[in-house]
Design a protein around this ligand. Structure first.
Ligand SMILES: [Zn+2]
Length: 434
């Protein structure tokens, strides 16, 4: 069986590379993946999958960090112009850019797989020696670049869909392929979970292609992710003439500056690692005006959700009091979030054993280390684990030029797509035979 899978996927490789380059060229960032999601829906439909999309799989109330309506509409129109599928686009309108493909093959386990599909808000390197430029697939959308490899993840998902459809007669159970919007900024997974689509899933898999790790290295499960909250604080004061009547204003910039210094002064915690960052501060209107408003973009993190919550609550208290000190008010807006979480050892070990039999992976790593990152896949892991199921997050090496994630020179080794597709398919079949 594994041999047959390897043959199918090896044959598929040129298509995978072509697909990845298409997604890369028309990069779309979180909640605006209209073209990408519509083409995924088309492909799943044509392969015979039951397709659920839009508000069927994205719960509006759980979406975070959604761009405003004018932005969503502008990118919707762009998707129409750039070859989005007109049959599936309307269901995605308004930023409901999730798609799930379901393959039902009788009695057996329900297996979910998550593939994130969004790009990063940034400009891709125009350097002539940047491979996507040289080979003609650099992003044509100046405000979005696939600099985290999610173009590869979406492609892997479609490769898995194609391969599973081809061996359908051998399968037992149900496969749910989840194409998730807005992973960047950890904004999308909660809304997918909120739709209930994962409530019957017993095994949940996801992976990340990694630069910095050569192709051929794979780890069956990553140990831990930091919980995080992303939020904006809007401090409102009152303007006044800076020379004529400074006492008449309420200085929002001063409140914000007080807050920033004190946010970084939150004491350490005995129970584990915590983080805080103020990534952006905009305040004021003009040189001779008491600044009437300030906008801060903040994130907190923690090794556990409890540690993260401690940081968040502390930060809120500082913001409220810093605002009050200067006669201002503060409003908070949630922009994203993820739980802490980790892979189930048993499932990670199973993935590792499957990987060892795949020719693409001469180097199978036990994995299970943690790190400083966050992933909103943890919402999916938590839902499946709460229901008695198991989840894991697989790391797939795909280094090509050493450029880090979220840099303008990012690229990955497309030969890693093949191994990842095989691993998802072979693991699913292994779980079905249990
Ligand atoms: Zn990523």
């Amino acid at each position: 069986m594994l041999k047959r899978i390897e043959q199918i996927v090896n044959r598929l490789e040129p298509q995978l590379i072509e697909q990845r380059r298409d997604f890369h060229k028309y990069a779309e960032s979180g909640w605006t993946e209209f073209r990408t999601a519509s083409l995924i829906a088309r492909k799943l439909h044509d392969l015979g999958y039951e397709v659920k999309l839009g508000q069927e799989v994205v719960r509006d109330a759980d979406r975070m960090g959604v761009p405003d309506e004018a932005v969503l509409e502008r990118y919707y129109q762009r998707a129409l112009e750039q070859g989005g599928d007109p049959e599936f686009l309307p269901a995605l309108r308004g930023g409901f850019t999730g798609v799930v493909g379901i393959l039902r093959c009788g009695e057996g386990p329900v297996i979910g797989m998550r593939f994130d599909i969004d790009a990063v808000d940034m400009l891709e390197s125009p350097a002539p020696d940047h491979r996507p430029v040289k080979e003609g697939f650099a992003s044509v959308n100046p405000d979005a670049m696939h600099s985290c490899g999610h173009d590869g993840h979406a492609t892997i998902g479609l490769g898995v869909a194609t391969t599973l459809a081809e061996v359908k007669d051998e399968l037992r159970g149900t496969i749910k392929l989840v194409f998730q919007p807005a992973e960047e900024g950890v904004r999308g997974a909660k809304a997918i979970v909120g739709s209930g689509i994962l409530d019957d899933v017993q095994y949940m898999l996801a992976s990340h292609l990694g630069s910095g790790t050569p192709t051929g290295i794979v780890a069956g499960g990553r140990g831990s992710f930091l919980a995080t909250s992303k939020f904006d604080a809007l401090i409102t004061g009152a303007p006044a003439h800076a020379g004529g009547k400074p006492e008449g204003g309420h200085n929002a910039m001063l409140a914000a500056a007080t807050a920033v210094l004190n946010l970084y002064a939150i004491p350490r915690h005995s129970q584990g690692a915590t983080r805080i960052n103020v990534g952006r501060l905009n305040a004021g209107t003009g040189r001779n005006v008491i600044p009437p408003s300030a906008h801060l973009a903040i994130e907190t993190r923690g090794l556990t959700s409890e540690l993260e919550q401690h940081m968040y609550n502390y930060a809120v208290r500082i913001l409220e009091n810093a605002a009050a000190m200067h006669g201002c008010t503060v409003k908070l807006k949630a922009m994203g979030g993820a739980k802490s979480g980790g892979s189930d050892l048993e499932l990670a070990e199973r993935v590792r054993q499957v990987a060892q039999q795949i020719s693409d992976f001469p180097n199978v790593n036990p994995g299970l280390a943690g790190g400083g990152g966050s992933e909103d896949y943890t919402y999916m892991m938590a839902r499946v684990q709460q229901n008695g199921g198991q989840a894991t997050f697989i790391s797939v090496g795909a280094d090509i030029n050493g450029a880090g994630h979220h840099t303008a020179e990012f690229d990955f080794d497309e030969h890693a797509l093949r191994g990842a597709v095989k691993l998802f398919v072979a693991t699913a079949i292994d779980l079905m035979q249990a």
